[in-house]
Unconditional design. Structure first.
Length: 260
């Protein structure tokens, strides 16, 4: 085994279906020997719960919990369960984002205050309260990984308020890194993934053009897979990455180095 995560207990958020980047991450963490906790977004019909439960069953998660980050009580309950079951936490994987469909098309200047607040609350702010609750449980050398996108630093068509949210998320990674590092060597990093066909991207106009553009122009002349992002997350949560914190690591087939 290239990377050893045995004896590490890691919470993975943001699995919606078998195309989720969080699913690629969970599979690779498990392959490296980690013990997993999985969260799902609770909805009235329990659709995500059933789907995510079936999908993740082969990974034998020792915790399977509802988590809507807009509900502070659910955040608290997740970490109460972790404290009871594990007593500590070695890794936290944050793969949560949401903006209203109408916010992801057309003019950025048309973003409403409510749309802006919701996108930033779910996609950026949520990392802070999760880290805050996890803080007393983090073991020496524990790691936090979140997902970002190039739209945080470049104006990418239609990414709009999500770009602003990802910029806030990347800045949060630096502030959380500064906060969590000193006491117990906890590291916080972001992975900037290239475009992948997922639930979060399939609904978006122009995603296929974006993918074709990457296939033509990225140094590797292809897109990346959820598994490749999963391998990088596994590395970042392993002791092999003990000197890396506060960074945005690009897993994008080299796309972002291009001038045009
Ligand atoms: C999203 C919007 C516009 C352009 C986009 C994307 N490109 C890529 C994405 C070029 C790659 C996917 N991405 C990086 C995201 O962060 C997506 C977040 C997202 C997607 C949806 C779709 C369905 C919905 N709300 C969403 N909120 C966030 O209702």
């Amino acid at each position: 085994m290239l990377l050893d995560l045995s004896n590490k207990k890691i919470l993975v958020t943001g699995i919606a279906n078998n195309r989720s980047i969080a699913w690629g991450i969970a599979q690779q963490l498990k392959a490296a020997g980690a013990e997993l906790g999985i969260t799902y977004l609770p909805d009235e019909k329990g659709r995500f719960e059933a789907k995510v439960k079936e999908l993740t069953a082969p990974l034998k998660p020792s915790l399977f919990l509802p988590l809507n980050v807009q509900d502070q009580n659910q955040i608290k309950e997740v970490f109460t369960s972790i404290k009871e079951k594990w007593g500590q936490l070695d890794g936290l994987v944050h793969c949560l984002a949401f903006a209203g469909k109408e916010e992801l098309i057309g003019d950025y200047s048309a973003t409403t205050a409510e749309g802006f607040s919701r996108a930033l609350e779910i996609s950026a702010y949520s990392l802070a309260p999760l880290c805050n609750q996890a803080k007393p449980l983090f073991s020496e050398g524990a790691g936090v990984v979140t997902l970002t996108y190039l739209g945080a630093e470049r104006a990418i068509p239609n990414y709009n308020v999500m770009g602003v949210a990802k910029a806030a998320l990347e800045a949060s990674v630096r502030y959380l890194s500064a906060e969590l590092g000193p006491e117990r060597q906890v590291r916080v990093n972001a992975i900037s993934a290239g475009p992948i066909r997922t639930l979060a991207s399939s609904a978006i106009g122009g995603i296929l053009d974006m993918i074709h553009n990457v296939e033509e122009k990225a140094p590797l002349r292809r897109t990346v897979t959820q598994i490749e992002v999963g391998n990088t997350a596994t590395f970042l949560l392993s002791d092999m990455a003990s000197g890396i914190s506060g960074q945005t690591i690009y897993v994008d087939a080299g796309y972002c180095i291009n001038g045009m």
